[in-house]
Design a protein around this ligand. Structure first.
Ligand SMILES: Cc1ncc(COP(=O)(O)O)c(C=O)c1O
Length: 386
């Protein structure tokens, strides 16, 4: 039996997978089990921000794995403390809690907001948002298709249209403890809101003494050309959630909060056995030492502009592309045709991209990508679409 057949037999059927098995990665490239090479503009869905097997991360993993792989949070963990300091020093928050994924970070944020709310429990999130698959984060996700098979869901969640301030103003009640949103919706279609909208959201939160939770799981740590997506919009969130790029490919999540909010949690309120484990936080320290570097971030902005310009040129040539959107290296293209066949033809031509919904192509390459690699993807897209 080949690997795909074995997978179909033994692995639970929760993903729509393309029939490729990747066995090696280096920089912006991955190789499948038949030795074919692909330019990877999926990057583990915005995880491999430093490319595949970045030396800085694999060196840190090697070193830490020979010192201490795991240690309980019953004790202090050195790389966890250091990573908390890095994240606090680079954000508007004061304290960090570590977990293992994006959904877990959002779960922590929901619990913290409710504890802080002291009786106020309602959380307002956005239509088309995506916050994860565990029950709280799933309920906060503003897409019914993900929620509908899993009722009854926890109470106290409401959805309003993204980029619609009046709808949010109407939805806030005396029971609301937090508004939760992505600065740029990823799974919802790479939707970039206006600066005025996001600043208006924050103003509404302040006016009503409601927390602003920004889900930076996809936008965080350089993806948009800033350390955090919210920094493009002049915001100061009370809670930030992170995962994806934070570990340079190693699973890790984090929730950051301002002191006046973080202090609502006391020992016993929340925990994660693996959260902030020495190996994961050593990887996080190594990854952030590059991802948060101002020159690195400037290069992300330039490469993002370059990529968007090239896609806009393609749009002029091919009517199938109807819109180019995004920020930094989180880029989407609306297409007037079914997106998935384009994804599959790109794969046949040695390029990995993915589709969000039926009509948006998403590009989240490693932030270390070169302009030449961007050119190669543009060439393949032209061939596939044309
Ligand atoms: C904005 C956002 N939040 C949360 C999540 C969930 O993260 P995870 O899959 O690590 O649980 C995702 C995953 O795509 C995401 O894009």
């Amino acid at each position: 039996m080949d690997m795909v057949e074995l997978g179909l037999k033994y692995v639970m059927n929760t993903y729509k997978r393309l029939p490729k098995v990747f066995v090696k990665g280096e920089g912006s490239y991955v190789w499948d089990s038949e030795g074919n090479k692909y330019l990877d503009f999926v990057a583990g869905i915005a995880v491999n921000s430093l490319g595949h097997c970045p030396k800085v991360v694999s060196d840190a993993l090697k070193e830490q794995s020979e010192k201490l792989i795991h240690c309980s949070n019953l004790y202090w963990i050195e790389p966890q403390i250091k990573l908390a300091k890095v994240l606090v020093d680079n954000s508007c928050c004061d304290k960090a809690f570590f977990c293992n994924s994006g959904t877990e970070a959002n779960e922590a944020a929901i619990k913290l907001a409710r504890k802080w709310g002291n009786g106020r429990y309602e959380i307002i999130s956005m239509e088309q948002s995506f916050h994860g698959r565990t029950m709280g984060a799933l309920t906060a996700t503003g897409q019914e298709k993900y929620r509908k098979a899993f009722t009854p869901l926890p109470e106290g969640f409401k959805y309003v249209p993204f980029n619609d301030l009046a709808a949010l103003a109407d939805a806030i009640t005396e029971k609301t403890c937090a508004v939760m949103l992505e600065t740029i919706q990823g799974e919802g279609g790479v939707n970039v809101p206006s600066v005025e909208y996001l600043q208006g959201v924050e103003a509404l939160c302040r006016k009503n003494n409601v927390l602003l939770i920004i889900d930076e799981v996809q936008t965080g740590l350089g993806r948009t050309g800033k350390a955090f997506g919210y920094q493009n919009f002049g915001l100061s969130p009370d809670i930030i959630t992170l995962a994806k790029a934070l570990g340079g490919g190693v699973p890790i999540g984090a929730m950051l909060a301002k002191d006046e909010v973080a202090e609502a949690f006391v020992p016993g309120d929340h925990a994660a056995t693996f959260g902030g484990n020495p190996l994961a936080t050593a990887a996080g320290l190594a990854a952030t030492s590059v991802l948060l570097n101002p020159e690195f971030l400037e290069a992300v902005v330039k490469k993002g502009q370059y990529f968007q310009e090239k896609l806009s040129q393609l749009q002029k040539e091919y009517h199938q592309i109807t819109k180019v959107k995004g920020m930094g290296l989180m880029i989407g293209c609306d297409v007037a045709v079914d997106a998935q066949p384009i994804v599959e033809k790109c794969l046949e031509n040695g390029v990995l991209i993915n589709a969000v919904g039926n009509s948006v192509l998403r590009f989240v390459p490693p932030l270390t990508v070169s302009e030449e690699e961007i050119d190669q993807v543009i060439e393949v897209l032209a061939k596939v679409i044309g």
